[in-house]
Write a protein that binds this ligand. Structure first.
Ligand code: BT5
Length: 318
């Protein structure tokens, strides 16, 4: 409905369209029209309303994550050549998984809101309207499935690089969190559709808190956003930068099996290397020292008994 109202007002160019005309055309009440206009204004649409004349669009916000806004100055070869944009959806990862086999590599699904955003292991990912970047990228690398987990590290590396270039000193908490001032601003969810020897597609889901000022009680102690930490950065610029950084590191990996740059970024911007962390397995928590990330992208830790261990996947906390 929101889209239809915008379209009607846009089609009317700089002329006024009355509330009555809009309500007739769209088959909704005038109060409903007014409510939609109010929420569009909150999103940044500058809509003039004049008594007896109606509504007129003065200015569109340039921060909506649409293809039209993102493709300018997007200097990628394959990523983001197609961007499917939703106002609201259950989960961009779920949608990308449904269309993954038909779509070409590099297609991006972005939604302004997710009603069932997912984290790992069925956990919930809070994805309020217009407050963040909730996107999924469809990838079809010609690599064996066991090499797929490294793509999460490529994503983490590209997100911190992208944010750093916008002046945000974010860090990677292996394997899939990006943190800022000790709190989580971004999570990555990589999902694989594969046969034993061959990948059908990978859905790389990225959620970044940008404008959220208040988090629900459940996550307010662990989560933060760029705005909350006083970084006023455009969502469109962040998306463009991530797609560009990710593409170059990703192509190096799948074409040349080259991991050095990614590992270098993950080490330089690590939130945990050299620190004491907890590894978590079920109810068990163990205090260990994080030594490094090895060539495979796995975590190397030292236990209290002095033994060195490699961690391939899992949960850690600081
Ligand atoms: C993640 O899982 O961090 C992966 C999040 C991926 C979200 C993206 S958004 C686009 C795409 N579509 C989807 O449906 N998902 C992806 P995990 O490591 O399991 O962390 C989940 C935990 O983070 C939750 O249990 C909460 O404690 C916390 N959390 C939930 N929402 C958050 C938010 N908005 N910001 C920070 N922390 C959050």
């Amino acid at each position: 409905m929101r889209k239809k109202i915008i379209q009607e007002i846009l089609d009317n160019k700089s002329k006024f369209i009355s509330g009555e005309e809009l309500s007739k055309k769209l088959g909704i009440s005038r109060t409903a029209v007014w409510k939609h206009i109010k929420s569009l204004r909150e999103e940044g649409y500058n809509i003039e309303s004049v008594n007896k004349k109606g509504y007129r669009l003065i200015e569109k916000p340039d921060d909506l994550l649409t293809y039209d806004n993102i493709y300018h100055n997007l200097h990628t070869k394959i990523l983001g050549k197609k961007i499917i944009h939703f106002d609201t959806i259950d989960s961009t990862n779920d949608y990308a998984k449904k269309i993954g086999n038909e779509e070409s590599e590099g297609a991006v699904i972005i939604s302004e809101e997710q009603t069932k955003g997912r984290g790992r292991l069925g956990r919930n990912w809070h994805s309020n309207s217009y407050e963040g970047i909730w996107m999924s990228i469809i990838l079809k690398p010609n690599i064996v499935p066991y090499k797929a987990p490294f793509i999460t590290l490529i994503a983490g590396a590209s997100i911190v690089e992208a944010l750093n270039k916008l002046g945000v000193n974010a860090k990677i908490k292996w394997p899939n969190d990006i943190i800022l001032n000790e709190k989580k601003i971004c999570g990555i969810l990589t999902e694989l559709s594969a046969e034993i020897e061959r990948i059908n597609h990978i859905v790389l889901g990225i959620g970044i808190n940008v404008k959220t000022m208040e988090f629900s009680q459940e996550i307010c102690d662990v989560a933060t956003s760029l705005y909350k930490e006083n970084y006023i950065v455009s969502r469109v610029d962040i998306v463009r930068n991530i797609l560009l950084e990710f593409e170059s590191l990703y192509l190096e990996y799948i074409n040349n099996n080259s991991k050095e740059k990614v590992l270098d970024i993950c080490r330089r911007h690590s939130a945990i290397i050299g620190k004491e962390i907890y590894t978590i397995r079920g109810e068990e928590k163990e205090l260990v020292r994080c030594l490094d990330i090895n060539e495979e992208g796995n975590l190397i830790i030292k236990r209290n008994d002095g033994s060195i261990k490699e961690i391939i996947s899992g949960e850690i906390s600081i």
